[in-house]
Design a protein around this ligand. Structure first.
Ligand code: UGA
Length: 433
């Protein structure tokens, strides 16, 4: 099928490339000319395992092209996916500006019956509004409909998550749209949940928020474990043998970051409150636990050191998780801001995240290209992201290179006994330290 994809961020680009991989004829649209030229040359603008190889494969097969000419792409397509960003507004609601801009261009462009598929995470009810808008604005006589198709890919494993998805969720209001969606997605050979649009939109929020809840829950358990001398890693393992609980998303740490959980928890909370006067008590707790957890390392070190004036500090890991260059809502920002306020001298290291921090902080931070350089001569090291090179970094090196081997590990990268044996003063999350 001829498909256009609006937006080439993590979701749009990966979706477009995977739809091309299963045989569809895909045109990816973006307003950024430089990005389009880059993708045209076979390069991925984002760091995502396996993406560049797949881009080159589907390009060689003639299944994908990239363009800034949205009107031509939409006019030509049978189905248009909207995969533009829905960032968080100042008040915590989802900002739908880019979604509506795209809908406006679609309405101006289409010249035949078209299915519009909304992949961007949007508040419940938005698909309905977009459909109304499109119906009012397309040329007379054209049939246009909106389907919801929330995505469940995680950054770092986005290609795998799409090609081997646990399920495909389709929200439609007619057989016409349902048939088209099955035509698009059947080749993936994955379980399909077909429902109405509101349920599809809700599946996305309910899924992400449940995962965020698991993370906040285990973090709260971890904080309590510290008080009673229990080890949260063992507690989580002990829980995980129960198939009703499972072993996923029970890794205690410094809270969830990224562009999804923080945004989606707030978006549903505010939508429920503002539009339905509904108090989401679980979501309120998730947000509050996560806000505290993000700065837990800083406050623990502050308890230990009193203040940070003139202290030399290393930060290992800047991205919101390993395997991505994305630093949005990373705990590193929050801890660095507090440390700078207190007069610490900070050197940061990350295999992928430095450009974003350089842009944000410039000369306020020092940037190291190796872990050795980052920690050499430092008084305190904070571990923020569990990149493999950080996890595998030898414990003895902290003692050898640091001025004073104080390590605050927000990702439980090391066995406590290993750090103790090496002579490191080690604090980690929920492990009776
Ligand atoms: C998340 C979901 O996992 C995807 O299914 C969803 O499609 C995506 O949001 C989205 O809505 O677009 P992502 O934000 O890429 O994906 O990252 P996750 O792997 O879910 O991690 C989120 C945060 O939770 C990270 O900061 C991670 O470090 C943290 N986390 C995760 C923990 O602290 N502990 C865990 O056990 C798991």
């Amino acid at each position: 099928m001829k498909i256009a994809v609006a937006g080439t961020g993590y979701v749009g680009l990966v979706t477009g490339v995977c739809l091309a991989e299963i045989g569809h004829d895909v045109t990816c649209v973006d307003i950024d000319e430089k990005k389009v030229a880059l993708m045209d040359s076979g390069k991925s603008p984002i760091y995502e395992a396996g993406l560049e190889e797949l881009m080159q494969k589907v390009a060689a097969a003639g299944k994908i092209r990239y363009t800034t000419d949205a009107q031509a792409a939409y006019k030509d397509a049978e189905t248009i996916f909207i995969a533009v960003g829905t960032p968080e507004s100042e008040d915590g609601t989802a900002n739908l500006e880019y979604v509506y801009q795209t809908a406006t261009t679609i309405a101006e462009s289409v010249e035949k019956d078209t299915l519009v598929v909304v992949k961007s995470t949007v508040p419940i009810g938005t698909n309905e509004i977009i459909e109304q808008f499109l119906k009012e604005h397309v040329k007379a006589g054209l049939h246009i409909e909106v389907a919801s198709n929330p995505e469940f890919l995680a950054q770092g494993t986005a290609v795998k998550d799409t090609l081997e998805a646990s399920r495909i969720v389709i929200g439609v209001e007619s057989d016409w749209a349902k048939e088209k969606m099955y035509e698009i997605f059947s080749p993936f050979n994955q379980p399909i949940v077909c429902t109405n649009r509101a349920s599809a939109e809700m599946i996305k929020y309910a899924s992400n928020i449940f995962l965020a809840l698991k993370v906040s829950y285990i973090n709260e358990i971890a904080n309590f474990c510290e008080l009673i001398g229990a080890d949260v890693e063992t507690v989580a393992k002990g829980m995980s043998y129960d198939p009703r609980i499972g072993d996923k998303f029970l890794k205690a740490g410094i809270g969830f970051g990224g562009s999804c959980f923080p945004k989606d928890t707030k978006a549903l909370f505010h939508l429920a409150k503002n539009e339905y006067d509904f108090d989401f008590k679980t979501i309120d707790s998730i947000i509050s636990i996560n806000n505290d957890q993000k700065v837990r390392l800083f406050y623990k070190a502050k308890d230990d050191f009193g203040n940070f004036l003139g202290k030399k500090v290393a930060i290992l890991g800047l991205t919101f998780k390993a395997g991505t260059d994305d630093t949005r809502e990373s705990a590193a920002y929050y801890n660095i801001d507090l440390l700078l306020e207190e007069g610490a001298e900070i050197t940061v290291y990350d295999p992928e995240g430095i450009p974003a921090f350089e842009k944000e902080y410039g000369k306020k931070l020092k940037y190291a290209t190796t872990i050795d350089d980052a920690i050499a001569g430092k008084d305190i090291t904070f571990i923020m992201t569990d990149w493999a090179d950080i996890k595998n970094y030898p414990a003895e090196q902290y003692v050898k290179l640091m001025n004073d081997a104080n390590v605050y590990d927000g990702r439980n990268c090391y066995e406590t006994r290993v750090m103790k044996a090496a002579g490191v003063d080690y604090y980690s999350i929920g492990r009776g330290n």
